[in-house]
Design a protein around this ligand. Structure first.
Ligand code: NAP
Ligand code: MG
Length: 484
């Protein structure tokens, strides 16, 4: 059966989510000291829907004075009401936020998909439930910090400055805010400029939860607002998720200061398939590894290593499966691959596809018709890739997979570790012994066995080498917001 025929065979009627279930204001001010406040300068920029390029709302560009105001509000809350609350009382607020996220789950999912382009199925089933789960999980720890670290005296750090990327906007905000608050810190956070809307909805939820003013301040704007938060002298802790390039700038800028930092940066994960793996499951794992969220995933399985004896068969099945993936309207519940987050990111992805072709790798995309407006990239596959190729070395952050084969375990371990990154990896095999051998030798923060891209608030997440340092999630995620 040809690729085209397969997708035609499975043609499904459209199942669009009802966008009238979400309210998006025509513009948003800054959330400082418990209220939405106008910026001193009042400049705004547009947030668009990457699936149709239409403007969704206008967002405020913060000035240095706004950043200062937000940090002052956070300091006042830390030294005032919030700092004096017991862990049990802090936990109640976190539970309340978690429950309101659950109540508003449908609206949050719709806004996440409209603003960022990810399929509604993913926003609905992954981003939003996991965001609530993070608040629930850390709510549970708020009054148990002494038990988490027996014999030590955990104390909050103070005011946390947090900057997050556009690929999991609400989820990243939850990863940052929940542990900070559970430990008694206060927060100034900046979402990414092109996906601020769910963070601003979270500000409304925080208001509804009656969190004391100033405990969480959500301010918007471009990269320089992030730099102003990180550079502010009254910030005690920095939590950054984003590119390795900006991570390096941040590390340089805080050298010699009292600021503590965790940096969650880029990745180029190896997904390794052995001949004894259940191949159909492995193919699902490959698809989930690289095409989930259009490949805008720091831990995406973007380098595929297949044992030579099953290489051709795996690629045959993978191409067949790629032909069944539905690319298009993120608001359609059948969609597998939504819109690329921005025109800039689409340009980057196209640049790398060009580089892959020039480097001599074999290029493959299934036939699929793309909407006329918006930013789109079909699932893409490169075989015959060399270890030295840029598409095998550099983070593309899009739905582009670079495939290589291997013959021995030692060879694949060397190849998998031959990268500046070390965030995640995946191993597919029937043999537990092989799994343990690889997981102890691969240099990656998270290693999945016979699954991929599984996230859970109880499990720490973070990288080695140029993927950053520090851990988020689990008890490790608490330690990053405490002094002892
Ligand atoms: P980015 O360009 O580094 O931006 C991340 C955030 O930093 C955004 O809010 C950005 O604002 C802000 N920013 C930009 N320049 C800054 C500066 N000089 N100082 C302080 N803040 C600054 O990364 P991105 O393109 O949004 O996100 C993709 C990257 O994030 C990928 O490399 C991915 O691997 C990584 N990531 C890592 C993890 C992890 O847990 N390890 C998770 C998700 C993503 P603007 O949006 O306005 O530019
Ligand atoms: Mg947008």
């Amino acid at each position: 059966m040809s690729m085209k025929k397969t997708s035609e065979h499975w043609k499904l009627a459209p199942a669009p989510e009802d966008r009238s279930q979400a309210t998006i204001a025509s513009h948003y001010d800054l959330f400082i000291d418990g209220k939405f406040q106008k910026s001193a300068k009042g400049k705004r920029f547009k947030s668009i829907n990457p699936a149709d390029e239409k403007v969704l709302s206008e967002i405020t560009e913060s000035t240095d004075a706004d950043v200062d105001k937000a940090v002052k509000a956070a300091r006042k809350a830390y030294e005032g009401e919030w700092g004096k609350l017991s862990g049990k009382e802090r936990g109640k607020y976190l539970y309340r936020i978690a429950r309101i996220i659950q109540e508003k789950a449908r609206e949050l999912a719709i806004i996440e998909s409209l603003d960022g382009g990810k399929p509604i199925r993913e926003s609905r089933d992954i981003d939003v439930p996991l965001a609530a789960a993070h608040f629930f999980y850390y709510a549970g720890w708020a009054d148990k910090l002494d038990y988490a670290f027996p014999g030590r005296k955990p104390r909050p750090l103070g005011v946390a400055g947090q900057v997050i990327p556009w690929n999991f906007p609400l989820l990243m905000a939850a990863w940052k805010i929940a542990p900070a608050l559970a430990c008694g810190n206060t927060v100034v956070i900046k979402p990414a400029e092109n996906t601020s809307l769910t963070a601003l909805k979270l500000a409304e939820i925080i208001q509804e939860a009656e969190l004391p003013p100033g405990v969480v301040n959500i301010i918007t704007g471009h990269g320089k607002v992030g730099a102003a938060i990180i550079g502010h002298k009254d910030i005690d802790k920095i939590a950054f998720t984003g590119s390795t390039g900006v991570g390096k700038l941040i590390q340089r800028s805080i050298a010699g200061t009292h600021k503590k930092a965790t940096l969650e940066l880029g990745g180029k994960a190896a997904n390794i398939i052995f001949e004894d793996a259940t191949l159909d499951e492995a193919v699902e794992g490959i698809v989930n590894g690289i095409y989930f969220n259009q490949g805008h995933v720091c831990c995406a399985g973007s380098r595929l290593y297949v044992e030579e004896s099953v290489h051709d068969e795996v690629i045959r099945r993978l191409k067949h499966r790629m032909g069944t993936l539905i690319v298009g309207d993120p608001m359609d519940k059948n969609t597998d691959i939504g819109a690329i987050n921005s025109s800039e990111q689409l340009e980057t992805i196209q640049k790398y596809i060009g580089i892959g072709k020039k480097e001599g790798a074999s290029f493959y995309q299934p036939a699929c018709s793309l909407p006329k407006k918006g930013f789109w990239c079909p699932p893409t596959l490169f075989t015959d890739v060399a270890q030295s190729n840029r598409i095998a070395q550099e983070e593309i952050f899009g739905p582009v997979l670079a495939v290589q084969s291997f013959r021995t375990v030692d060879e694949v371990i060397k190849k998998a570790n031959n990268t500046p990154y070390g965030l995640s990896a995946g191993v597919w095999t029937d043999k537990g012994s092989k799994i343990f051998n690889l997981t102890s030798q691969l240099h990656a923060g998270v290693i999945w066995a016979n699954t991929f891209n599984k996230f859970d608030p109880t499990s720490p997440f973070g990288g080695f080498k140029e993927s950053g340092f520090g851990r988020e999630g689990g008890m490790h995620g608490l330690a990053a917001y405490l002094d002892f």
